[in-house]
Design a protein around this ligand. Sequence first.
Ligand SMILES: O=C(O)CCC(=O)C(=O)O
Length: 271
Amino acid sequence: MYTLDAFDDTHHEQFMDQGYLRLGKVLSAGELSAIQQRIDDIMLGHVKYEHMRMQLFETDGTTRQTIGNEVATLAYRRIDDLEQDPLFLTYIQHPLFRQIAQRYIGEQVSVFRSMFMNKPPEVSQPLPWHQDVGVGWGIDTNPIVTVWTAFDEATIATGCMQIVPSSNQYGIINKNHYLPEETQDHYAPVEKVIELEAEAGEAILLHNFLLHRSGTNSTTSPRRAFSVTYMDASTRTLDTGQSFPIIFGEMALAPATVNGKPAALVKKLYG
Ligand SMILES: O=C(O)CCC(=O)C(=O)O
């Protein structure tokens, strides 16, 4: 599969029109296996970060939020704050993502969330139709740039994403994200929905207003993925005025020196 090495006007037009753009295999086979290993090590507690928000599946299928790794298991649903890991930070700062961020955001870019999304075998949950709306998350801007990367093959059987191409053009339908049930036939009619299957290592640029959802995993293998939302570094939370870790520009985090994350930044989960 190809990898996009430069984001040009044609890509911009396609992204704005369709609300998504396949960026190709941004992770090489070696980088993919290293990052797969790293996330498994984080789940199993072999690599630990004290201030990392983690959400695990309990044996009854409910979820529980912890700060830091309390339980060594591969049955985590979601893990945030991954920019404090040097390997993840290196990937978040990939030159292609920098180019895209510069185009849509500018020089000073922060990360709203760097989030691992996992559908472990047997316990995965569906995610209903939603948009990723900033003000609904409690921040003072509405980011539009998210890069979603498959760490395993995402298929219908493993619970890949489904999207409604061009639904970004509706703008914000509901600032509280989720599509009200009674509006689904209008905004997400079955004939417009596509399955966003992806190969392991493939990255897809998503417009935050694109309607998306994902299914459950009916296989015996995990469906691991990583989703990063980039935004203007001046963005603050509406309640406390907190800003977010800088990824590109002055004072940006660097893989060689990143050293955990301050406790104050993980007190509340905004996204
Ligand atoms: O990975 C998934 O299943 C959903 C991810 C998602 O909703 C997001 O990246 O905003």
